[in-house]
Design a protein around this ligand. Structure first.
Ligand code: C5P
Length: 304
């Protein structure tokens, strides 16, 4: 038993949501996944993952009324199990998820919780697991999990899990418009296959250069999401939300990942505040969230 376990202490980790500033999606591969080029940005919207010693595996979720499915299937629980298996320690852990990231929103909230659980459990169990090992385990859990550990802004290739950090200047102001109902990522990829229009994969040089300017107006023309036609096919009403954001001053508007959250890039904080208030009243918008990016990746905010 580690000291933290013996003392019944809690390890608390904060982990960010992500948006994809560019998401290029190639044709379905033999492994059942699509090759991606993704420019991720972590944003200042965080879930917290708290863990402490327990007799078995327990999961408690606060801050969301969505059904997150059976405990054993929860990605955070699977993360803790995977880590315990690899280090041959008993998976005796109580996990509490304090959710602020909308569930099934295209913001990688489930992936964030898995990344948080990996980091928190590694501290609770006092394992000698460095960033490289945690990143490799994260990639086994899902395409977006490694980025939630890393944070910042990064270019992802492969399934989106092979990451290289990207330099940016300043802070970008985003408004997120959450939808009343989530979307399954797998369903969006299926519709993407049915539509049969895979994109070309290339390094988004112009976007990467624009991110060095710190100027939202230079970044906006290079935002791209190849999944958007599939998401909009499943949820045509989201086009109204995107149009409304542009009409009300956003310099860029896009579906976040597989959606249904819409992300709006604003020139500055004041414009983001205005837009956030205006969009909150639209039909089809459950709530708006104002966030800045980039933000740090998963980090321990208290250490026993
Ligand atoms: O990796 P993750 O578990 O988040 O993916 C959820 C689902 O999305 C996968 O089961 C797969 O159907 C689809 N997906 C895909 N290609 C990717 C990433 C995800 O087809 N690169």
């Amino acid at each position: 038993m580690t000291k933290a376990e013996e003392l019944g202490e809690t390890v608390r980790v904060r982990v960010p949501a992500k948006i994809n500033l560019a998401l290029q999606v190639g044709p379905l591969g033999a492994d059942g996944y699509h090759p991606l080029v993704s420019l991720f940005q972590a944003v200042a919207l965080h879930d917290e993952v708290l863990v402490r010693a327990s007799d078995g595996i327990e999961l408690e979720v606060r801050g969301s009324t969505e059904d997150l499915g059976p405990v054993e299937d929860n990605l955070a629980v699977r993360a803790a199990r995977l880590l315990a298996d690899r280090h041959q320690v008993p998976a005796r852990i109580a996990i509490e998820l304090r959710k602020r990231i909308p569930v099934a929103g295209g913001l990688a909230g489930g992936s964030a919780d898995a990344a948080g659980a990996l980091l928190a459990a590694s501290v609770l169990w006092d394992l000698d697991a460095g960033p490289e090992e945690l990143t490799a385990l994260a990639a086994e859990l899902g395409s977006d999990v490694p980025f939630a550990l890393l944070g910042g802004t990064a270019l992802g290739t492969g399934r989106g899990h092979e990451l290289v950090p990207v330099l940016t200047r300043g802070s970008y102001h985003w408004v997120l418009a959450a939808s009343p109902e989530g979307l399954s990522t797998a369903a969006v990829y299926r519709r993407f296959d049915e539509l049969g229009r895979p994109g070309e994969l290339s390094v988004p040089d112009q976007l990467i250069n624009a991110l060095l300017s710190g100027d939202a107006c230079q970044v906006a023309p290079h935002l791209r999401n190849d999944l958007a036609p599939a998401t909009l096919d499943l949820r045509p009403e989201l086009q109204h939300t995107l149009d409304a954001g542009l009409q009300r001053g956003a310099v860029g508007a896009m579906i976040s990942g597989s959606g249904p959250t819409c992300a709006f890039l604003c020139r500055n904080e004041d414009e983001a505040i205005q837009l956030s208030m205006q969009l909150a009243h639209l039909p089809g918008v459950a709530r708006t969230l104002r966030v800045t990016g980039p933000s740090l990746g998963a980090r321990v905010v208290n250490c026993p």
